[in-house]
Design a protein around this ligand. Structure first.
Ligand SMILES: CC(C)(COP(=O)(O)OP(=O)(O)OC[C@H]1O[C@@H](n2cnc3c(N)ncnc32)[C@H](O)[C@@H]1OP(=O)(O)O)[C@@H](O)C(=O)NCCC(=O)NCCS
Length: 186
């Protein structure tokens, strides 16, 4: 079991990762529907490596991209949580909020419900002034989560993702922000 707090988020549990999550995580990372707006589907080794980086982030920072459990429904639906992006950009340093769920668990409000709890953690426990989120312009589902959370998009903030090569079709990203002072709308 990795270190890290457990957050109760409505009917969800945001919890530390377990080794038993790895097969289900690999299955969603191999699903082209889940990875449509990400650079590539991941094989088992790359998926396990990503889970390892997430667990390292919890160990280092005390928070991260929590595993989402829905008691009575599934032990592992995907992840929702907070992350320090590993690159330089005009909005760095920052903490981002992000999500990735298996397709079976889309359309149930899990990303929004989990993200609200993660934002409360960011503002109440971590005392952050701001949380950002970013994705490609065409990822409408993800943008809708950002908008439901009350995050604001200023086109002047949009940016080329530094980890994607010049000319990569997914390089251009939209950036959303929410500040602690806007939290009453959460
Ligand atoms: C982005 C992603 C997490 C969004 O999933 P989602 O199911 O659309 O988002 P939510 O979990 O917040 O659910 C919202 C939907 O559930 C419905 N819903 C049902 N019950 C709900 C509730 N209690 N609260 C909120 N929404 C609810 C909403 O009406 C909405 O449906 P709609 O899409 O038909 O309008 C998902 O599409 C995904 O994992 N995508 C692949 C990974 C990815 O692109 N991640 C982002 C990369 S930057």
């Amino acid at each position: 079991m990795s270190a890290g707090p457990v957050l109760q988020a409505g009917n969800l549990l945001l919890r530390p990762w377990r080794d038993g999550d790895l097969p289900a995580f690999a299955a969603l990372n191999a699903d082209p529907r889940v990875m449509e707006f990400l650079p590539a589907v991941l094989d088992r080794a790359a998926s396990d490596a990503m889970a390892g980086r997430i667990r390292d982030h919890f160990a280092r920072q005390g928070y991260g991209l929590w595993a989402v459990e829905v008691p009575g429904v599934t032990d592992f639906a995907g992840f929702v949580g907070l992350n320090v992006p590993p690159f330089e950009a005009h909005f760095m340093p920052c903490v981002e909020i992000g999500w990735r769920l298996a397709v079976d668990y889309w359309g149930r409000g899990y990303a929004t419900t989990g993200a609200r709890a993660a934002l409360h953690f960011a503002f109440d426990k971590l005392q952050l002034a701001e949380v950002v989120s970013f994705t490609v312009p065409h990822n409408v589902r993800s943008r809708r989560v950002m908008e439901r959370l009350g995050m604001a998009h200023d086109p002047a903030d949009d940016f080329d993702h530094p980890l994607l090569a010049d000319g990569h079709p997914l390089r251009w990203h939209v950036l959303y922000r929410v500040g602690r002072t806007e939290r009453k709308s959460l």
